[in-house]
Design a protein around this ligand. Structure first.
Ligand SMILES: CC(C)(COP(=O)(O)OP(=O)(O)OC[C@H]1O[C@@H](n2cnc3c(N)ncnc32)[C@H](O)[C@@H]1OP(=O)(O)O)[C@@H](O)C(=O)NCCC(=O)NCCSC(=O)CCC(=O)c1ccccc1C(=O)O
Length: 330
């Protein structure tokens, strides 16, 4: 039976090679964004991930209360969290309170070991996020419920960057200003065809000289990054894709389905491999902090070994550790 399956697979593969099903493949790309053949052995064994919509249930804050500036949801029966900026009347601009809520939700998603992928998005189809709420801007940052200003979006950027799970920006409409920076710090971006990207800082008297500059320069190259910041132009989804700002562009009506599908593909892969890869892919750019994160992952994995455990046990048993049985590998 197994041999028959192998022969069948080989014939299918040969057939594919001789008569490429270009139209089927391009259709497949539309739905799955997967550039590889739909009939490789991995797919034959594991099949496609479900294309059914996710079922969401509301998730509350740590004291059981609902958030106000955001919606926080988790998918039923699978490990996806969805965090939605809920200020559509302001094109999902954020204030300090919005950022505080986002950070609490991201913290929860990080700590929940059933969650393996996190979607960040904006309510409605007009905007992912339009950056800092200019009505709340003061001489020392952004002020809403406190008497002093904050630039706490910078803490959120660091949190997303260091979070050991993939964060996927799901962008419909405008991702501009600080909202554009937010999608850039996410690990992946899936854009709807109506998405519009750009920096507005030079127009409104603001700039992000941190991740907003350095990550952008990495993504699109220094010339294009300077163009984006100096001219404050807007770019459509396909231009953004061409520039390397986004991973895929899909029809607006398929945006969530496609994003969930990417999450599902991630979720069936090794969480530790993904955790270390995220850290590794950021390490060089993040300097000492990147190295510390990657190093922390090595320690985290090492703690699970017999060798590390021997050190701890010896200490607890007040004896010298015996490392002689552990190989000094080439
Ligand atoms: C996003 C637009 C292009 C959308 O245009 P349009 O569809 O025509 O809608 P509007 O009629 O303009 O807007 C509808 C409604 O929303 C209000 N609104 C939109 N954006 C904001 C905003 N950012 N702040 C406050 N309010 C906003 C708008 O006033 C309307 O309200 P009404 O009451 O109905 O009139 C367009 O709206 C637009 O260009 N928006 C502004 C984009 C922008 O310049 N954003 C700020 C950039 S600066 C920034 O984000 C700093 C962030 C930050 O904290 C930071 C600090 C330090 C370092 C780094 C950062 C960082 O960048 O992260």
């Amino acid at each position: 039976m197994k041999e028959f399956k192998t022969i069948e697979r080989r014939i299918a593969s040969l057939n594919n090679h001789l008569f490429p099903k270009s139209s089927i493949l391009s259709e497949c790309r539309q739905i799955s964004s997967s550039p590889a053949s739909a009939e490789d052995s991995y797919r034959l064994i594991h099949g496609e991930v479900s294309k059914e919509p996710a079922v969401w249930r509301p998730a509350l804050d740590e004291s059981g209360q609902e958030f106000t500036d955001i919606h926080y949801e988790k998918s039923v029966g699978e490990g996806i969290a969805k965090i939605t900026i809920n200020r559509p009347e302001r094109r999902n601009a954020f204030g300090p309170h919005t950022i505080k809520e986002l950070m609490r939700a991201f913290n929860d998603a990080r700590d929940d070991s059933s969650i393996g992928a996190i979607i960040l998005t904006g309510k409605g189809t007009k905007a992912f996020c339009s950056g800092g709420d200019q009505a709340l801007r003061t001489s020392d940052g952004y002020t809403d419920f406190e008497s002093f200003g904050r630039l706490n979006v910078l803490d959120l950027q660091v949190q997303i960057r260091r979070l050991p799970k993939p964060v996927i920006a799901m962008v419909a409409g405008y991702a501009v200003g600080g909202g554009h920076v937010l999608h850039m710090v996410c690990d992946l971006t899936i854009a709807a065809e109506n998405a519009i990207f750009g920096q507005t800082g030079a127009k409104v008297g603001s700039f992000d000289a941190g991740y907003g500059s350095s990550i952008m320069s990495r993504l699109v190259g220094p010339k294009k990054a300077k163009e984006m910041w100096f001219l404050s132009r807007f770019y459509n989804a396909y231009e953004a894709e061409k520039m390397g700002l986004v991973n895929a562009v899909v029809k607006l009506e398929n945006l969530e389905l496609e994003t969930v599908k990417w999450c599902r593909e991630i979720l069936r892969n090794s969480p530790t491999a993904i955790r270390v890869l995220k850290s590794a892919l950021n390490a060089v750019d993040d300097g000492h902090a990147g190295l510390q994160d990657l190093g922390g992952n090595a320690t985290y994995i090492f703690y699970g070994t017999e060798e590390a455990n021997e050190g701890k046990r010896a200490f607890m048993e007040r004896r010298s550790p015996d490392y002689s049985k552990f190989p000094r590998r080439p």
